[in-house]
Design a protein around this ligand. Structure first.
Ligand code: KG4
Ligand code: ZN
Length: 339
């Protein structure tokens, strides 16, 4: 088959990103311009600020992605772009850029679902990985257990009923005054703490469904912190981080392994920003080994938002004839597997 080069654009949240990906698996360039430092001041992403910054940098980021990959527009076979889920104003910047390029260059436009992109990051990091498999998608906005039946066929087995796992990390980090984004900071602090010090709730852990719930855990941590403050007792931040992280990771791992066993899958895949968590990776490596399950996760730089994962997903959409037209619009609450 002829080589296929995809130029991919991602702007769904606070990273402006562009990448050139060869045949869905080989990253020729991966430019990520993060807005994190600016949003840090507000303790989270400010949508209006995000859109504005995307506008300022998108053209430069695309140009750099082409240059780094030694490609010109002529070499590109298709333009892939995230069209949801995400912040509508932010999505529109990447989408308008991709539509303008596809129109001006007369190249196919391929819309990509951001969450499916997170899953496809694994095809880049693990060249042998092929569907079917079970995927635990854990990001700032989503927590899903997904049965990936084929490159374009996804069935959701379970999802969070309230907060996403990454959101829980971010909210607890904020309450502890650690900063934003919370996940990496809690991960680091937790290494210095005792994870068995505080017994935080693990909602739905023995429930038969594949659903998750993290809002009760969040309240329990906040109540614990308030009670300590009222009694003027010392808060050992490291222990709170370790105990909170254990509660999240225990639930995520138990449910993911249960899904593999119930559905008879021998491959488990992690995706999304929280897949960078060291305890989640290590704990699942151990449990998977014991259960003869192969575990895949993306390289750290491909766990959080980037355009290479969109290029990989865009490639599989493209070769399966899932091509969009100029009518493609941003869908802020796009569901996984949704056409
Ligand atoms: O996938 P992502 O970049 O954005 C969304 O699509 O939502 O995920 C960002 C989330 C944030 O909530 C961040 O705190 C979390 O991933 N995260 C982590 C770690 N690194 C990033 N959570 C736990 N441990 C980490 N090491
Ligand atoms: Zn994401």
């Amino acid at each position: 088959m002829k080589d296929i080069k995809v130029l991919a654009i991602e702007s769904s949240c606070d990273e402006t990103a562009a990448s050139v990906v060869l045949n869905g698996r080989e990253v020729l360039s991966n430019i990520v311009n993060t807005q994190m430092e600016l949003h840090k001041k507000f303790g989270g992403v400010v949508p209006e600020v995000a859109s504005r910054l995307h506008m300022e940098t998108i053209n430069l980021v695309v140009k750099e992605a082409l240059e780094k990959s030694n490609s010109s527009f002529d070499d590109i076979d298709a333009i892939a772009v995230t069209y949801g889920p995400g912040l509508v104003g932010a999505l529109l910047v990447g989408l308008s850029t991709a539509k303008a390029l596809a129109f001006a260059l007369n190249k196919p436009l391929v819309g990509v679902n951001h969450i499916e992109g997170h899953i496809c990051a694994n095809y880049i990091s693990n060249k042998e990985l092929k569907p079917p498999f079970i995927c635990l998608v854990v990001s700032g906005g989503h927590t899903h257990l997904v049965e990936v039946k084929d490159y374009n066929k996804y069935d959701i087995l379970g999802r969070t009923r309230d907060d996403a796992s990454g959101e829980a990390f971010d909210k607890i980090a904020r309450a502890l005054g650690l900063g934003y984004p919370g996940g990496p900071l809690i991960d680091k602090m937790a290494k210095l703490g005792d994870e068995n010090k505080i017994d935080f709730p693990k909602a739905l852990i023995d429930d038969d469904s594949y659903d998750f719930s993290f809002s009760g855990l969040k309240s329990a941590v906040l109540n614990y912190l308030n009670a300590k403050k009222m009694k003027k007792e010392e808060i050992v931040v490291e222990d709170v981080c370790a105990s909170f992280q254990k509660a999240v990771v225990d639930v995520l791992s138990q449910k993911a392994i249960k899904a593999c066993k119930d559905k008879n899958y021998d491959t488990l895949v992690l995706a999304g920003g929280v897949a960078a968590n060291s305890k989640l990776r290590n704990q699942l490596l151990n449990i998977s080994k014991k259960n003869n399950i192969k575990l895949s996760y993306p390289n750290i730089n491909l766990c959080t938002d980037n355009a290479a994962m969109i290029g990989s997903c865009g490639y599989y959409n493209f070769i399966n004839n899932k091509i969009s037209d100029q009518g493609l619009n941003a869908v802020p609450n796009l569901k996984i597997g949704q056409e």
